[in-house]
Design a protein. Sequence first.
Length: 258
Amino acid sequence: QYSPDNVAGADGDIDPTEITFPGCSCLTSSCVVHMCSCLCRGENYNSSCLRPTDKEEEYSQPVFECNAMCQCGESCQNRVVQRGLQFRLEVFKTEKKGWGLRTLEFIAKGRFVCEYAGEVLGFNEARRRIQAQTSKDSNYIIVVREHLHSGQIMETFVDPTYIGNVGRFLNHSCEPNLFMVPVRVDSMVPKLALFAATDISAGEELSYDYSGRFHNLPITNREEDSLEEDNRLRKPCYCGSRTCASFLPWDSSLFSTP
């Protein structure tokens, strides 16, 4: 079933459509940084492109868009991801990776491409679905962990297996042209937004790194040991990049009992 937005999962603990954020009181067509409550942390976008993160910052700034309760206009520059698809994309059959997704037009670096939408699950339901899969099943469940400055970790589980959008057809690459950013609009349940990491030509396949890393940043010794133990369960990677890690990223946390 196709859905452009996240929907509540089978366990029903989280309703991603619920509006819990207060809106800004800006009475202008477009909000101004530091004058708008949604932009108190700084500007999110510049000409519809995601503002680059300062390389000196240890943490990336959270992205909050203006929402349904805001008094600003629909043309506000702080409304990007919520507008949905703006580019013509095509699902196609790849040679080795099953279905894939490509763009039919040029996409500039920093532009929002698509969301990875599906059922928003709780931990227990996500683990139940993962453990019920066989080696022949495709796994679409994504686990996004946000590390807060306080040391806390926020987890979001999204499964587009049964209900989802075009994001489910994105393949992994060890040198991806997209990167994922959690973007919040109406509540603390984030939209998993994919932005162009570089200029992307028409006809080019779209991809992101399933591990959440970008351009294969070095993994830790602990991760390396864990991956070696789990190689028997991992699937080969066919991205063909120069830095290909040979296997698709693997997260064993949903297979183990806490």
